[in-house]
Design a protein. Sequence first.
Length: 247
Amino acid sequence: MPLMLPNKNKIESNSQSGNVFIIIFLGIFLFGTLIYSFSRSTNQGTGNVTKQQARIVAQEILNYARLIENAVDRVRRNGCSESEINFDNTVITGYANPISPPDQSCDIFEDEGGQAIYTSPPPNSTSLDWFFESGLVVQGLGRSSSPEGNDLALLLPGLNQATCDNINTILNHGFSTTPIDNGDIFEGSDDQFIGTFIDSVDVDILTGHPTDNDCTPTRPLCGKTSACFQEEDGNGYYIFYNVLLAR
């Protein structure tokens, strides 16, 4: 009976198949590791960021604030009153203004109005959303009475301190420390702007001082249309604000 030798081609084929499976498995493993690392860094939100990252995020925040400010100016030039400005959008709820005209000329995020696009805050900046605030008075900008003097403002709460300080640096404020303001500034949905400004009972007066609302002597945030600070009460958030309409 002749001796049967192994088929060389078959052995090589099996060996090649095994190598392919090893390469595929290794690729899947590496891809999974990459996805995990990316997800972990993204989910950190307000966790550690490098100085360069903090400055980039700060600049992106300021750029978007200017975009929204320009959109408000655009609808005002359309003839919209302050009470007709509409921040309704498809991403976050609660901003539909019932007295905004139906032709969308006063809608910030429509082509017929402000022509802005709602964009979520930059990655690694905060786990919260942009907030269009109706209950803020920045001392030194306009009238101090409320609701006649409430400023229409854009807020971004929940920042890390590095990003907050970079915002103030880019704005050339020259603060020696991060301003801390008296009270619970970011109070959520009750202060959403939908055409009206909340009254003095719940208004927040911003000066950048941890114990009082007086601008004599001048406090860090008095007269500042845009800055970042930490709230003294509430969640102790680092909050960026940009006044869209000083009243």
